[in-house]
Design a protein around this ligand. Structure first.
Ligand code: FMN
Length: 224
């Protein structure tokens, strides 16, 4: 039987989102930096983090204003995402080069949102943790801007129709196949043929967990 090799400590947590983080300074300059070291840390209040090397051009902007926007990326944005991760705002205007559109954020003063992204998460920094090579910007989410293209007629947000992109071990992928849904492992199986499709999809989870699912997809959570 093959055994596992034990490697020295390193980053091997994949897949991750590769997001385009937009930011701005107080003189009106804007920039985009690609970030994979990012994650959700709290549901309520909604909080996330991004980790940045202090030598990044964006680092000073975000530190100065305490603002940034996490823009989710898609198949259509993969080229721009890579470019914004290998070119610095010190040398190029990434909005211009990638033909991306700056749009005024709803709750922020300096950081713009990227119009072409399906979801832009407006964040206010609450703490900077100097961890080592990277400093972690812990932030509170102030607003979430949703592209109406992905709202269906019944008002449900179809995020998984946006062809989202992930980053895994140096490569970009899209999400091709759905393997299950939240709670499907404990969902009661229906055996009667007469049961219709909607009842087969019913999640039989404790009330508390069902509430969580609803809250997460609730329409008013995306109201501006
Ligand atoms: C897929 C990908 C993920 C990246 N993730 C991070 C990250 O999490 N933190 C970071 O500091 N730099 C990260 N980078 C590198 C920066 O995006 C890159 O150095 C960029 O050119 C900095 O731009 P700026 O100088 O305009 O801020 C990543 C790059 C790529 C391509």
């Amino acid at each position: 039987m093959m055994s596992k090799q034990v490697w020295k400590p390193g980053n091997m947590l994949y897949p991750l989102p590769a997001v385009m983080v937009s930011c701005g300074d107080k003189e009106g300059n804007a920039n985009i930096v690609t970030i994979a070291w990012t994650g959700t840390v709290c549901t309520n209040p909604a909080m996330l983090y991004i980790s940045l090397r202090p030598e990044r051009h964006s680092y000073q902007m975000i530190k100065e204003t305490g603002e940034f926007v996490v823009n989710l990326t898609t198949k259509d944005l993969v080229y721009a995402t890579d470019y914004c991760g290998v070119r610095s705002g010190r040398d190029v205007d990434k909005f211009k080069e990638m033909k991306l559109t700056k749009q005024k954020a709803e709750k922020l003063m300096y950081a713009p949102i990227i119009k072409e992204s399906p979801v832009s998460i407006e964040c206010k920094v609450v703490e900077i943790k100097e961890l080592g090579t990277h400093h972690m910007f812990l932030a509170q989410v102030l607003a979430v801007d949703i592209d109406e293209r992905y709202m269906d007629k019944s008002g449900k947000f179809r995020l998984n129709s946006a062809d989202l992109m992930v980053y895994s071990h140096g490569e970009y992928f899209n999400l091709k196949e759905q393997l299950g849904t939240f709670g499907y492992s404990v969902r009661k199986k229906t055996t009667t043929k007469t049961k219709n499709k909607s009842s087969q999809n019913k999640v039989n989870l404790p009330k508390k967990e069902l509430k969580w699912i609803r809250t997460d997809t609730k329409k008013d959570s995306v109201k501006k």
